[in-house]
Design a protein around this ligand. Structure first.
Ligand code: NAD
Ligand code: LMR
Length: 328
């Protein structure tokens, strides 16, 4: 017997990430090849025509798992009974624009959407914020949702998976090992150049990657800046922010959250106070996923170098939090 469809709300559906994301969700890449989905697409009024075009193309793919699709400019309609919400819609950073400028522009969007999710979605809805600055946008949506009640405050996430995947690829290239051989990576903190990609625990076919590389200068001067500034490098090269890789990371995040993962995954989740991160701050942590839930991996040793890096990215997030405090 086939499964009942799950409802997936996607905001910014007419945007470039949306265009890479929707077809893969409908193909079963995110929730499983036996899981029908209904897509609930939100975008601004002026983008409705473009969303209709995307829906025509979804139709033309004749995806066996696509059990329905609706387009709307009303968050209450888009999030109705949603099982998963992917909050992609936001103003993307363009050439030369600082992330801080995005805070005010996006804060209002996520207050409205957090409230609408809490009022309309399933009580156990899983929410992933992709739109930047994604940690703080997730923090805002969660704060608005908590005021309403009903949904699980632990289920409002920001996307650090793109940083995790970027770091994996850099480590694979450096060690000459396939990506699939690498385990136990974590990217701490904010989805911004301040993030701290930490391979102290990473193994390649069981061997320590740190010992294999044995080059602290490469870590500090090449690896961290390459991963941290990858978004800006892609904007520079493409004239547009990353889209297909961002969509892929969103699919990875939700896939592992729903279906489980046998390796560590980096998720931007509300802190439970672990590792000295104040409760509620949406922070990249090492997580493991099972039975449709996630847990922060506890008890990892934090050396002085790592503490410094973690404190730096936390400081940036606390500044972002202070900048939006009046909006909450
Ligand atoms: P885009 O400009 O191509 O598309 C954005 C879409 O969002 C547009 O269709 C726009 O109409 C819509 N939109 C704007 N405000 C909205 C609202 N209030 N409700 C619903 N829809 C709304 O942008 P994109 O390239 O798809 O990027 C989307 C976001 O994702 C940006 O903020 C970008 O910085 C971010 N991003 C995050 C990561 C990450 O790793 N977290 C990676 C890449 C991009
Ligand atoms: C990315 O990491 O590619 C995006 O967050 C784009 C950006 O604004 O840096």
């Amino acid at each position: 017997m086939s499964k009942a469809p799950l409802r997936v709300a996607v905001t910014g559906a007419a945007g470039q990430i949306g265009y890479s994301l929707l077809f893969r969700i409908a193909a079963g890449d995110m929730l499983g090849k036996d899981q029908p989905v209904i897509l609930q697409l939100l975008d601004l009024p002026q983008a409705q025509q473009a969303v209709k075009g995307v829906m025509m193309e979804l139709d033309d793919c004749a995806f066996p798992l696509l059990a329905g699709a609706v387009a709307t400019d009303d968050p209450n309609v888009a999030f109705k009974d949603a099982d998963v919400c992917l909050l992609v819609g936001a103003r993307p950073r363009s050439k030369g624009m600082e992330r801080a400028d995005l805070l005010t522009a996006n804060g209002a969007i996520f207050t409205v959407q957090g409230k609408a999710i809490a009022e309309n979605a399933k009580e156990d809805v899983k929410v992933l914020v992709v739109g930047n600055p994604c940690n703080t946008n997730a923090y805002i949506a969660r704060a608005a949702a908590i005021k309403v009640g009903r949904t699980n405050p632990a289920n409002y996430h920001g996307m650090l998976r793109l940083d995790h995947n970027r770091a994996l690829s850099q480590l694979a290239a450096k060690t000459g090992k396939p990506v699939a051989a690498l385990k136990q990576l974590v990217v701490w903190g904010n989805h911004s150049p301040s993030m701290y990609a930490d391979y102290r625990f990473t193994t390649a076919d069981g061997a320590s990657v740190k010992a294999l590389i044995n080059d602290p200068v490469w870590n500090n001067d090449v690896f961290l800046p390459t991963v941290g500034k990858r978004g800006a490098a892609i904007i520079e090269a493409r004239g547009l922010s990353s889209a297909a890789s961002a969509a892929n990371a969103a699919i990875d995040h939700v896939h592992d959250w729903v279906l489980g993962s046998d390796d560590w995954v980096t998720m931007g989740v509300p802190s439970d106070g672990s590792y000295g991160i104040p409760e509620g701050v949406v922070f990249g942590f090492p997580c493991c996923c099972r039975n449709g839930g996630y847990e922060i991996i506890k008890g990892l040793e934090i050396d002085d170098y790592s503490r410094g890096k973690i404190d730096l990215t936390l400081k940036e997030l606390e500044e972002e939090r202070a900048a939006v405090a009046s909006m909450l």
